[in-house]
Write a new protein. Structure first.
Length: 149
């Protein structure tokens, strides 16, 4: 997405979305947080799934960027808990490991996207834009914004 179309889309947003980032790698959290703030989002960062769940920020999260493999509760386990609780928060998974089974499971359970690290800023921003504009009802297959990953 070019800069002009990004600015046009951002201008059409009436509420500034909160993007929650859950990753056990501090450098990844900081980089994504910086990117989110640079394009005008509110960013909240969490080092674990448990920290996110206990934070009280689930209800104000417009999009959840979630690492797959983390100590304790994995990203997929967190997704399972959110789906079971009927949460409608859109999820974009990020992973350093190319795991076709995890990717398929995440997307089938309703994830909006699944990006392999390292990913481009544009790929992440496009996935976030998609997550904020589609119906987040569970149980529906989503178009994968990155079908080649």
């Amino acid at each position: 997405m070019d800069d002009a179309s990004w600015k046009k889309w951002k201008a059409s947003v009436t509420v500034i979305p909160t993007i929650s980032i859950v990753d056990d790698d501090e450098s990844v959290r900081e980089a994504i947080e910086s990117l989110m703030k640079s394009v005008g989002y509110i960013a909240k960062v969490f080092p674990s799934a448990g920290d996110f769940l206990s934070s009280g920020h689930l209800d104000d999260t417009g999009c959840l960027i979630l690492d797959v493999q983390m100590p304790g509760m994995s990203g997929l386990e967190l997704q399972d808990r959110l789906v079971a609780s009927k949460s409608q928060v859109p999820i974009i998974f990020i992973s350093a490991h190319c795991d076709a089974d995890a990717r398929a499971r995440a997307l089938k359970a309703g994830a909006v996207g699944f990006l392999q690290k390292p990913f481009s800023e544009d790929a992440l921003l496009n996935a976030i834009k998609l997550s904020l504009t589609i119906d987040t009802g569970r149980g529906h297959d989503r178009p994968d914004p990155n079908p080649s990953i």
